[in-house]
Design a binder for this molecule. Structure first.
Ligand code: COA
Length: 165
């Protein structure tokens, strides 16, 4: 049985950071360089980075567990306007293809509606074709693309998708 719960603190957040490290090094291996994966994990998904996002940038993190097995996570951020930013949606590889992603996405939509938002948007690497197909299937629409300089000599080359609630 899948359960999704808000996590804010050590030690739960550390477990999410460890899972993020594992998933990012697996799923981006054909898309971005090993150096960039290490850089992005440290910058965005280390325990310190996530704690800063939660405490200072209004991010919410959610752990996704299959019974007791922590197998995925979500990060979201309500914007000042009527948009809800889906920042992270990650599932360990052995749990993919089972409908868990749709449960996770419905949880995001419910959370956004409860916050009074009108749309959910996300960025996705242009070459992350599986995620792009999943988002399109769910009903997201491509609205833009963006290249973001993240320092260290690296950029993120992303599509922006939006879903009207
Ligand atoms: C993105 C991710 C969360 C999706 O989870 P998943 O388990 O692979 O997704 P599913 O197989 O459950 O697919 C979700 C839906 O998309 C559909 N889908 C999957 N692949 C598809 C394809 N190629 N074409 C059309 N529809 C597709 C599925 O049928 C399913 O729809 P349904 O629930 O109505 O049956 C997961 O693959 C993941 O964590 N990937 C690595 C991390 C990542 O890339 N995260 C996104 C970063 S932006």
């Amino acid at each position: 049985m899948i359960n999704i719960k808000n996590v804010k603190y050590y030690p739960e957040l550390r477990k999410v950071a460890e899972l993020a490290d594992e998933i990012w090094h697996e799923c981006f291996v054909d898309i971005i360089s090993p150096g960039q994966i290490d850089y992005m994990v440290e910058k965005f998904q280390s325990l310190g980075a996530m704690t800063n996002q939660i405490e200072n940038q209004s991010y919410l993190y959610f752990a996704v567990c299959d019974d007791e097995d922590l197998c995925g996570y979500i990060a979201v951020k309500p914007e000042e306007d009527d948009r809800f930013f889906l920042s992270k949606l990650y599932l360990r590889s052995d749990k993919r293809g089972r409908g868990i992603a749709s449960l996770m996405m419905n949880y995001v939509f419910d959370t956004a509606r409860k916050a009074g938002k009108k749309s959910v948007y996300l960025t996705v690497n242009k070459y992350n074709s599986h995620a792009v197909e999943v988002y399109k299937k769910i009903g997201y629409k491509l609205i833009d693309s963006v290249v973001t300089d993240i320092g260290g000599g690296y950029v993120m080359d992303d599509y922006i998708f939006s879903y009207a609630l």
